[in-house]
Ligand binder design. Structure first.
Ligand SMILES: NC(=O)C1=CN([C@@H]2O[C@H](COP(=O)(O)OP(=O)(O)OC[C@H]3O[C@@H](n4cnc5c(N)ncnc54)[C@H](O)[C@@H]3O)[C@@H](O)[C@H]2O)C=CC1
Ligand SMILES: O=C(O)[C@H]1O[C@H](OP(=O)(O)OP(=O)(O)OC[C@H]2O[C@@H](n3ccc(=O)[nH]c3=O)[C@H](O)[C@@H]2O)[C@H](O)[C@@H](O)[C@@H]1O
Length: 450
């Protein structure tokens, strides 16, 4: 399937304007293209068209406003508007965990791709960015060939995305590497011209086939998840025998072959990607008859989920096994700082379990309250840290926002009813809290109750 897209790309569409797509659309405008973002959610489109970002991502609202106002970026629910206009179409729709299963739900990608192929009336390159099971690009290429207008030349490339929430703009405009899966050099050249402004001389450009491109993405996330569970498995050991998990992480992290990043022990990983991606990868390889190869990821998942249960168990220990009616302040409800995303959030999971056990849970998060309230409307959400901790019998720090990392005992001493804190992200200094008379617990540290 060879396309005759001009190497000079001017017009770009992005299908799906969630965390990934809205960022990609704004960054494409920043790189100089005329961009239209398309989504099936009319509310999202209305908000983005007004220059408002419906989620929290540092630096992105400014970029969206700049290019919406400047006329380089607009949003629509109508695919036909881009079908006759764009030279390159990026697919950035969701691939969530399938309901009641562990694989990826491919209905959004499949629908978006076939609807797009039907809507396109000029030669174009379609570029998949969503995270997908290996084999998807080849399958979609066939689907596109079956669906497209016969006189139109369409080609498909796979270009997985590695951005981190909280750093999405920076990661898109100055990526660590770009991975491009294509079936011909023309499509690669087209994408090279698209990303020319984002590439400096040293940015690795990895040109490969579909399968490798798809697998690089899930391999990266599986590796990151494994690294976190690796250190958390050692946290289970230091909780029993004693020792300091942070010193252990620092010490192995000094070995440049290992590296210190992603070795922070605590309540574990969450979010819309790492958990579902390791499950989808296992499911896909099992479908391929290779159920042994990725079985270790099941352990990675189990270690991770045990951290949440451990945090809840520590809360019970701290409160003498009786949480009913006791006020517990949960600080941090997003899956990580600098985001309002609560998908598969460890902190929210811990809060919900304690709430369901009868505790009077008071949540405070600088950005995540509104999203968490949609999931668990009966829990109490506070607008300030002060309100959440006042009268608390236990404080649990579940997301390491800066304003929590810098907390001191003096900030809380006279607000709480009882001086008890669980630092589930290992960011506070135990000695400061213990010296101020607090019962201080951290994951990876022997519990004061043992
Ligand atoms: N969130 C992140 O940081 C990253 C996400 N990814 C991957 O990117 C993909 C998207 O993830 P998110 O942006 O987080 O999901 P999201 O749920 O925030 O956004 C997906 C968007 O697609 C829209 N959509 C669904 N079907 C559509 C259709 N037929 N036409 C147009 N729009 C449609 C939805 O309305 C929604 O706005 C996933 O595969 C994810 O694994 C990859 C790297 C980073
Ligand atoms: O595929 C995706 O969507 C993205 O998933 C992750 O990015 P993100 O989910 O934004 O967040 P991370 O910074 O990776 O953190 C994930 C989770 O791991 C936890 N974590 C991270 C690091 C660590 O040392 N310990 C730890 O528990 C965080 O608190 C968070 O809950 C990857 O880092 C991105 O490269 C990838 O593009």
């Amino acid at each position: 399937m060879m396309v005759r897209v001009s190497a000079t790309v001017e017009n770009v569409s992005v299908i799906g304007t969630g965390y990934l797509g809205a960022t990609h659309a704004a960054c494409m405008a920043e790189l100089g293209f005329n961009v239209v973002g398309v989504d099936i959610d009319p509310e999202k489109i209305t908000s983005l068209s007004a220059g408002d970002l419906p989620f929290h991502e540092p630096g992105l609202p400014e970029l969206i406003r700049k290019h919406v106002t400047g006329g380089k970026l607009r949003f629509t629910t109508n695919l036909d508007e881009v079908g006759a206009w764009a030279d390159v179409h990026f697919i950035a729709v969701g691939t969530p965990q399938v309901r009641g299963g562990t694989g990826a739900d491919m209905t959004y990608v499949d629908t978006a791709t076939t609807d797009l192929a039907r809507a396109i009336t000029k030669d174009a390159l379609i570029v998949g960015k969503s995270t997908v099971p290996v084999g998807t690009a080849a399958r979609l290429a066939d689907l596109i060939a079956e669906t497209k207008h016969p006189e139109v030349n369409l080609s498909l490339a796979w270009n997985p995305e590695f951005l981190r929430e909280g750093f999405a703009v920076e990661d898109t405009l100055t990526p660590d590497r770009l991975v491009i899966g294509t079936t011909n050099t023309h499509d690669e050249d087209t994408l090279r011209s698209v990303y020319a402004e984002a590439l400096d001389r040293d940015t690795p450009w990895i040109s490969t086939d579909y399968q490798t491109a798809e697998l690089v993405k899930v391999a990266a996330n599986a590796f990151l998840a494994t690294k976190i569970s690796f250190i958390n498995a050692f946290a289970e050991v230091t909780e029993t025998v004693g020792g300091d998990i942070t010193t252990l992480a620092d010490a192995i992290g000094h070995d440049t072959r290992i590296g210190r990043k992603f070795l922070n022990a605590g309540v574990g990983f969450g979010g819309g990607c790492l958990p579902k991606d390791i499950r989808a990868l296992q499911t896909r390889v099992a479908e391929l008859g290779l159920d042994h190869s990725m079985r270790f990821l099941d352990e990675v998942d189990q270690i991770n989920l045990r951290r949440r249960k451990k945090t809840v168990a520590l809360a019970f220990d701290t409160l003498d096994q009786d949480v009913i009616g006791k006020k517990i302040a949960v600080l941090g409800i997003t899956f990580k700082p600098l985001s309002d995303d609560v998908r598969d959030s460890p902190g929210l999971d811990v809060a919900a379990r304690l709430f369901n056990a009868g505790a009077d849970v008071a949540i405070y998060d600088p950005q995540g309250n509104h999203n968490a309230a949609k999931r668990y409307p009966r829990i109490t959400y506070n607008d300030t840290l002060n309100e959440a901790v006042t009268g608390a019998e236990l404080v649990i720090l579940t997301t390491e926002w800066d304003e929590f990392k810098t907390l001191t005992p003096e900030d809380l001493n006279h607000k709480v009813t009882t001086r008890r804190i669980i630092d589930a992200r290992n960011v506070l200094n135990p000695h400061h809290w213990e010296n101020a008379g607090w019962t201080f617990t951290q994951l990876g540290r022997q519990s004061p109750h043992d």
